[in-house]
Write a protein that binds this ligand. Structure first.
Ligand code: V1P
Ligand code: ZN
Length: 387
């Protein structure tokens, strides 16, 4: 039986502002999602239960702590007409390709402010933890785990997680990163592959053709970072009981060995049953998680009683992700919420039943046999390193 504690004595903060909602809602892959999430959290009356922190936008220097100056220069000027004309069409398009600012990551109106705010939201959250003003900080707009140092990737332009953990690493020796998104955290993994300062743990769907294709079980880190990357590659259909097993067999032992001082969770909601991006056919080929599957895992992690940053990530049904984020927020602040969606201007979108997402998926969990192989055979040798 999992230990049931609650967070009543903890200082809980929530990153939000009108500007944040406005600019996060412009992201082409997740249009208006931020608006749905914060509106539902607010409609349930949860904003009154937390300290609300307005994010400070990151500047060029902040972004260059991880990203290359040439990429950031182009990214922050990409929608500037004068810059575009000065560079000329040919050079502009060449750079667009070089930085992967097309297909998954097109240049869009508001991209400059978007990038500064998405990075700033997580840096603001980290500041809360470092100054010990908060014990738990929630930033549902963060979690852009694919962005690379020199290019955009998989709907991610700047890697707020890497920037946040670089900042954390100035104050904490051991950071544990846990990624629950259905996609592998290639950008985060790459940034910390050679260091023991971050223990990176990711579950993700891993089979041929599934984006981004990295995250093999054999990728365990290298050099000083050896055994500080843990990948749990999974098949379709992951359900609550398998996720629980993964917590017991892999996440918990990794934490016990590494003895982290601070936790960062990426809680992408695209593992929810029926996510429109990952369920391509009637049988479904995504995961089979519901709201309580995510919460059970997060609750176990919060019971470690360490300073924790909770980020969003993927999730392509605005209403389902809003339900997930509002549900987790309510559990963190220990407030019971009604399963009927409260009256607010977005209520009509929660049709047909206007309740919190409760659908029980019937797809088989193809991970049952795989689970036998998931042994935490990783030994962390550099536990008390002094790098
Ligand atoms: O599959 C690909 C690339 C593009 N192809 C050439 C291969 N991209 C995926 C990207 C998924 C990103 C997930 C981000 C996150 O982890 C959150 C931070 O959730 C992709 C997919 C897909 N089904 O995997 N892009 C698109 N679909 C896409 C759909 C419509 C328009 C543009 C892109
Ligand atoms: Zn994802």
């Amino acid at each position: 039986i999992p230990e049931t504690k609650n967070n009543t004595k903890k200082k809980i903060s929530y990153i939000c502002s009108n500007d944040l909602i406005k600019y996060m809602s412009l992201l082409p892959s997740n249009k208006t999602r931020s608006y749905f999430v914060h509106s539902l959290v607010s409609a349930y009356g949860l904003l009154k239960k937390m300290r609300i922190i307005n994010p400070k936008p990151a500047n060029k220097n902040d972004l260059e702590v991880f990203h290359s100056p040439d990429y950031i220069d182009f990214l922050l000027n990409a929608e500037n007409q004068e810059y575009k004309e000065k560079l000329g069409k040919e050079k502009y398009e060449k750079k667009m390709k070089e930085y992967s600012l097309e297909d998954d990551c097109p240049i869009f109106k508001g991209i400059t402010k978007y990038c500064m705010l998405v990075a700033g939201s997580t840096l603001t959250a980290v500041h809360e933890l470092i100054t010990k003003t908060s014990d738990i900080v929630i930033n549902w707009d963060g979690g852009r785990h694919h962005a690379m140092a020199q290019k955009a990737s998989g709907f991610c332009y700047v890697n707020d997680i890497v920037l946040g953990m670089f900042k954390l690493s100035r104050y904490y020796k051991r950071i544990m990163y846990i990624d629950l998104d259905i996609h592998h955290c290639n950008g985060v993994e790459e940034a910390f592959y050679y260091t023991s300062k971050v223990l990176s743990f990711s579950i993700h769907r891993h089979d041929i053709g599934f984006f981004p294709g990295t995250g093999d079980i054999k990728s365990v880190g290298s050099g000083r970072g050896i055994y500080h990357t843990i990948n749990v590659p999974l098949r379709p259909g992951l359900n609550k009981s398998t996720l629980k097993q993964i917590y017991e067999r892999a996440i918990k032992p990794a934490k016990e060995r590494y003895n982290p001082q601070v936790i960062v969770i990426q809680c992408g909601g695209d593992g929810l049953i029926g996510d429109p991006l990952v369920h391509k056919n009637d049988f479904g080929n995504g995961w089979n998680l519901d709201l309580s599957s995510y919460w059970e895992c997060i609750n176990n992690i919060l019971n470690w009683d360490l300073p924790t940053l909770i980020l969003g990530g993927g999730g392509y049904s605005n209403t389902n992700v809003a339900c997930l984020d509002a549900y987790i927020t309510s559990k963190i602040v220990n407030e019971d919420i009604d399963s009927n969606i409260p009256e607010h201007n977005l209520l009509p979108y929660y049709k047909p039943d206007f309740t919190l997402y409760e659908y029980i998926g019937k797809m088989p969990d193809k991970n049952i046999e795989e689970l036998v192989k998931i042994r935490h055979k990783v030994t962390i040798e550099n536990n008390n390193n002094n790098i």
